[in-house]
Design a binder for this molecule. Structure first.
Ligand SMILES: Cc1ncc(COP(=O)(O)O)c(C=O)c1O
Length: 335
């Protein structure tokens, strides 16, 4: 029997083959230039956010997040004792002029703002990079579901515009494969690389090398690219079904924020309907809907819903939204 040469601790940054596969994938798909040595494999994006927060923030430091935003990112920053400031977004993404002056770290989702879905404009990306450069702040770019693009030309990630090494680029396989895999990655600023690896080693030494080796084969032999192509078709059909309803029989009540990429879509509710009334009425028909309100911190919530289509068939979307269209006149008449 041939020995696999294992049975010892491995590199905290992850298996070399997987780091190489990720680096090639990022160069080809996201125009993010990296060498395999620049990539750190993590247990999902969440782990990457936690590691970056640990090594860049001290208790009392100011960190900024988008409002509305991704609650687990906020939790990571709060857990290390940072003073977390929620900064409003508009149609162009995070409003850079509203960032707190002394923020050490800024967390953003430029490709597909979570949860509203619009991309951050190029002007804002440049403004944010300049802002961070003047203060030597770190930017976390959470590129969590950029793989599925349905319209338009992909915008340059902050990482590929970053000339001074301030951006920690974070990605995940949770959306492209499944969250149980617990594999994500980051391409941090070079200045943070060694500290991040040390922090990883202190926490759990390294991830599962068997999973990482299997995933690297899946990527390097072309199966991952085939999988993405297949899923793209499925998600496009689900997105089309969702949009057909939101712009058709539901248009009286909803204003969708049509994203160019990603596997969820937000839609604002038109008055007089309230988020709570719609969610409750749908629940009575066994339709689970999710509101936007829980994602807001300081900004006044815009009433609306987030429709995820990663785990639901197009036919199910069709049935549920046709039921909702019949339901809403009754909800409206009660308000
Ligand atoms: C904004 C955002 N970032 C990251 C993730 C993925 O996190 P993880 O890789 O830890 O599963 C998600 C998943 O829903 C998300 O919505």
């Amino acid at each position: 029997m041939q020995s696999r040469g294992r049975g010892t601790y491995r590199d905290a940054a992850g298996e070399q083959e997987l780091r190489l596969a990720i680096s090639r994938y990022l160069a080809f798909n996201r125009a993010v230039a990296s060498n395999w040595e620049d990539v750190i494999v993590t247990q999902g994006a969440q782990h990457a956010l936690d590691l970056i927060a640990r090594v860049t923030l001290r208790p009392g430091d100011v960190a900024a997040i988008e409002d509305p935003g991704y609650p687990p990112a906020r939790a990571c920053l709060t857990a290390v004792g940072a003073k977390v400031v929620a900064v409003p977004v508009d149609a162009e993404g995070l409003i850079v002029s509203k960032l707190p002056k002394h923020a050490r770290l800024v967390y953003v989702t430029p490709s597909h703002q979570f949860p509203l879905g619009m991309p951050m404009s190029l002007a804002r990306r440049v403004e944010l990079l300049e802002w961070a450069q003047q203060r030597d702040a770190v930017i976390i770019e959470d590129d969590y579901d950029c793989e599925y693009r349905f319209e338009g030309r992909p915008m340059e990630p902050l990482k590929s515009l970053d000339r001074t090494g301030l951006v920690a680029y974070v990605g995940t396989f949770s959306k492209t494969i499944f969250p149980e895999l617990r594999v994500g990655y980051m391409v941090p600023p070079a200045s943070l690389f060694d500290t991040l690896c040390k922090a990883r080693q202190i926490g759990d030494w390294h991830g599962c090398s068997l999973t990482q080796t299997a995933l690297s084969s899946f990527m390097l032999n072309g199966d991952f690219a085939k999988h993405l192509k297949r899923m793209h078709k499925l998600y496009a059909a689900r997105r089309a079904s969702l949009l057909a309803h939101l712009q058709g029989d539901l248009a009286r009540w909803f204003e969708p924020i049509v994203p160019t990429a990603g596997i969820h879509m937000a839609a604002l509710l038109k008055a007089p309907l309230t988020e709570a009334a719609v969610i409750e009425a749908a629940r009575d028909e066994s339709i689970a809907l999710h509101g936007l309100a829980p994602f807001y911190v300081r900004a006044t919530p815009q009433p609306g819903l987030v429709f995820g289509y990663g785990g639901i068939e197009a036919e199910q979307i069709d049935t549920a939204l046709a039921t909702l269209a019949k339901l809403l006149p009754r909800v409206e008449s009660r308000t």
